[in-house]
Design a binder for this molecule. Structure first.
Ligand code: AGP
Length: 613
């Protein structure tokens, strides 16, 4: 949610910032801007995408070797030129870019106005710039760094901040509370960013700032401190992401690339962890807490969006394979209840980005109450992955498309491996079962590959027939009920078609009223143990003239005969089927969105990583 980039060195800063913003654009794309120090502050900003900013910069080039930039997902104030970042103080000497929300900005703004300051924008960020200037100019003997510390003490809320001041033209000040920031260390140059994507092409050495920390960054040095001025020595991490992983590699969209990457991303997720020869599952990240997890009274899974859907698949998996009671919670609800969780429970948070504000808050709440906390994250170095007691990375590689695809399948694979590991350690799964499950799991990447090779064309054709459908219904049972939710979410997000997912039998309790000859109903009928029941549900839809598109296992003639369209996929164990059934749904939503001319990778109103509540 919003992207920050910063550069200090000897190169043309505007080009580095522009490129960085392009890479960060998946985090927010309402407006974009940069500011450079060169004598005074020179800036360029405006509503619209980074491409537009690039055109503006072509007409009015900004020269300089130090600067900061921002791409915005609006929280306070509509996306327009004035509300876009950077925000300048009244004198025009201080510029600020900000991720997060300043919760007390109304009262701070009121006080600043009463003391004579005038504001240009409706944003909370401008308050930070103005407050900072007021403190700096009115408090005797206070350095700019001290002024930042004093201002941060007055700010309630979350921030990732990058600040420049013409009085200190060789440095960028950054501070973090709740919104991620990292520092890239180059040779006589430094980079700042809200995630690693703008940095990877220049350096693989990074420092992650933690909450309550700030840094002062010059081209050949950096100092990290707490905002109480205690100097810190931070670990320098090595980034493992390659540049290829964050580029489109010839695909028209990141989403399509990421869908087609799934045979590899699923295999990467299992690599070194699933051994079909001896039936072993080895999850290094949770090995030390496996006994505690096995003995947990229950597991509570908290997540948002697609990650919540994978959590729901996890519930079925843990109950079936490990006989462990599981509850799945929306992280946003969990954190504001008075959740009955504590010692003896395990909280498992799932997050692609590892930065989702509600998921992070749920994690902190459960930790505070004494639960064992575990994480499933994709982004290495992310806040959630650093704050959980233990966890498993999905290793799906960077996911840039706002609609999550390969992260979902990788999360589900991790849940499968975890459930098998717990089941085995608990003694509820026998060795021959482990052999059978691991053998089947190991076949999943090639089955996904087969699906992608064989269904792309049929799905594309079906998508053409339903491009302008105003509504869609998705039905699934058991392990595929969460897949129905996920299919509906994918379609909503990128095509703006209203879609709902339901457990197939629940349809009778209301949604059946919607079915007529205009309603496409996507039925996920690829789970053997619910096959007969699913056929009855399909009959119910057919009797009301609904247009049935079924996802079925090869050779299921009953389902095929009842369906107007069918997409056949290979069969697998029921508990692994979400990894296969979700693929046609991802493609269906993708092609429908493309047919409708939607911006697939950057759907309206959304951002990849939701770092505000
Ligand atoms: C998925 O397509 C969505 N864009 C969204 O629901 C996402 O899954 C959710 O915001 C959670 O993100 P996280 O996995 O990074 O925590």
């Amino acid at each position: 949610m919003c992207g920050i980039v910063g550069y200090v060195g000897d190169r043309d800063a505007s080009q580095i910032l522009l490129k960085g913003l392009k890479r960060l654009e998946y985090r927010g794309y309402d407006s974009a801007g940069i500011v450079l120090i060169n004598g005074g502050l020179k800036y360029c900003k405006g509503k619209g995408k980074v491409e537009k900013l690039g055109k503006m910069l072509k007409q009015n080039a900004l020269a300089g070797t130090i600067g900061i930039g921002h791409t915005r997902w609006a929280t306070h104030g509509e996306p327009n030129d004035v509300n876009s970042h950077p925000h300048l103080s009244e004198s025009g000497k201080i510029a600020v870019v900000h991720n997060g929300i300043i919760e007390n900005y109304t009262s701070l703004k009121k006080q600043l106005i009463e003391r004579g300051r005038t504001f240009q924008s409706q944003t909370d960020t401008e308050v930070a710039a103005q407050l900072l200037e007021e403190i700096y100019t009115t408090s005797k003997g206070v350095t700019f760094e001290e002024a930042i510390r004093l201002a941060l003490k007055q700010i309630v809320g979350t921030y990732g901040l990058a600040i420049v001041h013409t009085d200190r033209p060789d440095r960028i000040f950054i501070a973090r509370k709740g919104s991620p920031l990292l520092l890239g260390i180059g040779d006589d140059e430094m980079f700042i960013a809200s995630d690693a994507s703008p940095i990877v092409e220049y350096t693989n050495k990074v420092i992650y700032l933690d909450d309550g920390e700030m840094a002062i960054v010059t081209k050949d040095n950096y100092e990290v401190k707490t905002i109480d001025d205690v100097a810190l020595t931070k670990e320098v991490h090595e980034l493992a992401i390659s540049l290829d992983a964050i580029e489109k590699a010839g695909y028209p969209h990141f989403m399509l690339k990421e869908i087609f990457e799934q045979p590899r991303s699923i295999a990467d997720c299992m690599r070194g962890r699933v051994n079909p020869d001896n039936g072993a599952i080895q999850l290094g990240g949770i090995e030390d807490v496996l006994d505690e997890l096995v003995n947990a009274r229950r597991i509570v899974i908290a997540a948002c969006g697609t990650s919540w859907h994978s959590g729901l698949v996890g519930e079925y998996l843990f109950e079936y394979l490990a006989k462990t009671p599981v509850e799945v919670e929306y992280a946003s609800e969990f954190r504001y209840r008075d959740p009955l969780i504590g010692k003896g429970d395990a909280l498992l948070v799932i997050s692609q980005s590892g930065e989702t504000a509600d998921t992070l808050a749920a994690l902190r709440e459960a930790k505070r109450r004494g639960a064992l906390t575990l994480g499933i994250c994709n982004v290495v170095g992310s806040t959630i992955s650093r704050e959980t007691d233990a966890g498993v990375f999905t290793h799906a590689g960077p996911e840039i498309g706002v609609a999550s695809t390969k992260a979902f399948t990788a999360q589900v694979v991790v849940l499968m491996m975890m459930a098998l590991a717990v089941g085995k350690r608990k003694g509820v799964l026998r060795q021959e079962q482990m052999l059978m499950y691991t053998k089947e799991l190991a076949k999943i990447p090639s089955k996904v590959e087969y699906i992608l090779e064989h269904i792309d064309e049929p799905v594309r054709k079906i998508s053409g027939l339903f491009t302008y459908a105003p509504n869609f219904l998705y039905l699934g049972r058991s392990y595929n009920f969460p897949v129905a939710l996920e299919g509906a979410l994918k379609l909503k997000e990128i095509s703006y078609i209203h879609a709902e997912g339901y457990p197939a039998a629940e349809m009778k309790h209301g949604p059946i009223a919607l079915i007529d000859e205009m309603m496409p109903v996507v039925v996920i009928a690829a789970t053997d143990h619910t096959n007969d029941k699913m056929i009855s549900n399909i009959e119910e839809v057919k009797a009301r003239k609904g247009r049935i598109i079924s996802i079925m296992n090869d050779e299921n003639s009953d389902v095929e005969d009842l369906s107007e369209f069918h997409i056949s996929i290979p069969s697998t164990k029921d508990c692994f089927s979400p990894l296969l059934t979700v693929i046609p749904l991802q493609l269906l939503s993708y092609y429908i969105a493309v047919n409708r001319g939607c911006n697939v990778d950057q759907p309206r109103n959304l951002a990849k990583s939701v770092t505000v509540e």
